[in-house]
Design a protein around this ligand. Sequence first.
Ligand SMILES: CC(C)(COP(=O)(O)OP(=O)(O)OC[C@H]1O[C@@H](n2cnc3c(N)ncnc32)[C@H](O)[C@@H]1OP(=O)(O)O)[C@@H](O)C(=O)NCCC(=O)NCCS
Length: 150
Amino acid sequence: MSTSWSIRKASGKDCKAIYDIRNHELITKVSINPQVIPYSEHVAWFESTLINPMRRLFVIEENEQIMAVLRFDLTQECTEAKVSIYVAPSHWGKGLGSFLLTMGENQLKAEVSSLRTLKAEVLINNEASLKLFAKCGFKKEWITFSKEVL
Ligand SMILES: CC(C)(COP(=O)(O)OP(=O)(O)OC[C@H]1O[C@@H](n2cnc3c(N)ncnc32)[C@H](O)[C@@H]1OP(=O)(O)O)[C@@H](O)C(=O)NCCC(=O)NCCS
């Protein structure tokens, strides 16, 4: 962990950097939605996200480069939020993910006093992510099964 890291809310100028990290092949490979998103679609999503009161987007930046992105999607009642987090692959394994998730959780809790639960969905073979959530205090609740019936 570096003492120079700090988290901040995403702003308009982060649109392309966030797009590039989200669509990195090592990130899409482990994403529940693995599709590469067209940039025009991302811009529309990003602009609506910045003004959506039910969503929070945090980043960590160093030397004007975005290294990690964290999103919370609140439910209608604001008691629960779904987490999505990704770190630029060149920065994996340095503690950025756990730092961002911990700081983001603290900030969300301070802003949304009704918040009780955070949820995340992770692919079963995504070791890094399983470890990250366990380290940050999340407990495994569901396992989903699937079978190809060709
Ligand atoms: C999951 C992810 C966010 C972790 O970010 P990170 O900055 O590398 O995580 P940290 O360095 O804070 O490490 C967290 C834990 O995961 C472990 N870990 C990190 N990379 C790992 C890897 N490739 N394989 C196994 N464990 C790994 C670390 O050792 C650490 O556990 P420990 O402290 O008990 O040793 C990052 O790998 C990523 O962006 N993955 C793609 C997107 C994704 O899967 N997002 C989560 C689903 S929402």
